[in-house]
Design a protein around this ligand. Structure first.
Ligand code: NAD
Length: 267
């Protein structure tokens, strides 16, 4: 065993002890937990932003070219999102929930994979919205993808047009939170409240660089809870963590959960 392996083993053993003794365990995930399901993250070494810059809400609203480009990217990645399956990391967290240890799952992800792995909808707080449907930016009316996709078949990219709400005329956009867009009030309030209640917060697959989401670990600490960070590279807040475990989300989480609740109930 190398010194690195020994250090990893020690940290995992410490985390298992914390999980077993926890009374209110909350987990907080970012794009990194879903890379093992084939969905790229933003800031990781293979992240989307190594290839393209994000389109902010103001550009979406004001610039027809940016708006159409935003939709082009979403439509291109839609089949991948639809087909993606939960991986070992999502399944491990679902087992932790099933065992009664995990109380709430807070996620920055928009892919719905925690719910697909078996955590009930009402225990998953989606801080940055969801890619599963489309909403009007004005009146929030909900549309399904199947209702909106035919618009793009009828209006080729060269025409540059984008769909509008049939009720109020507002722009339609997948129900995710873009840069420059207000955070959903209720989800943000609930996420901070759950983080404050947690005696243990496990943060996984997030660079912890985007606020207000990156303020969640601080909320747990302020209320006396412990924070553990699992990520494959250093994050912005490793200094705030009781334990930082550098590794793959799927491998580390399945190891920790196998040893915390056993692996007889593997989903
Ligand atoms: P991020 O891209 O900023 O950070 C992801 C982190 O996870 C990186 O530090 C990366 O090195 C690490 N990582 C990647 N694969 C990993 C693995 N297998 N195991 C452990 N660590 C791994 O992501 P973020 O902090 O979540 O913020 C970006 C925003 O982008 C989020 O708010 C989210 O809304 C959105 N986003 C969501 C998805 C998704 O739903 N799957 C995908 C891309 C971006």
């Amino acid at each position: 065993m190398t010194a690195f392996d020994r250090q990893l083993e020690t940290r995992i053993t410490e985390l298992v002890a914390l999980v077993r003794s926890s009374r209110y365990l909350v987990a907080f995930s970012g794009a990194g937990i879903s890379t093992e399901s084939g969905i790229p993250d933003f800031r990781g070494p293979q992240g989307i932003w190594t290839k393209m810059r994000p389109i902010e809400l103001q550009d979406f609203l004001q610039d027809p070219t940016a708006r159409r480009e935003y939709w082009r990217r979403k439509i291109e990645s839609y089949p991948q999102m639809l087909d993606a399956e939960p991986n070992a990391g999502h399944r491990a967290l679902a087992r932790l929930f099933e065992a009664g240890l995990l109380k709430t799952m807070i996620t920055q992800n928009i892919d719905g994979l925690h719910q697909k792995a078996g955590i009930p909808e009402d225990r998953v707080i989606e801080l940055h919205g969801s890619n599963a449907y489309i909403a009007c930016l004005e009146c929030r009316k909900r549309f399904e993808w199947e209702e909106v996709l035919p618009f793009f078949a009828r209006h080729p990219a060269s025409a540059g047009e984008c769909p509008r709400c049939d009720d109020c005329g507002g722009w339609l956009k997948p129900a995710t939170i873009s840069f420059g867009q207000a955070m959903p009030e209720e989800e943000t309030r609930r996420a901070f409240s759950e983080a404050g209640k947690a005696d243990l917060l496990i943060t996984v697959g997030t660079s912890l660089l985007v606020y207000p989401a990156a303020g969640i670990p601080g909320e747990t600490r302020r209320h006396g809870g412990k924070v553990v960070i699992i990520n494959n590279q250093p994050t912005g807040l490793d200094h705030e963590a009781q334990i930082f475990i550098q590794g793959s989300a799927g491998e580390v989480l399945s190891n920790v959960v196998d040893r915390s609740v056993g692996n007889s109930h593997r989903i």
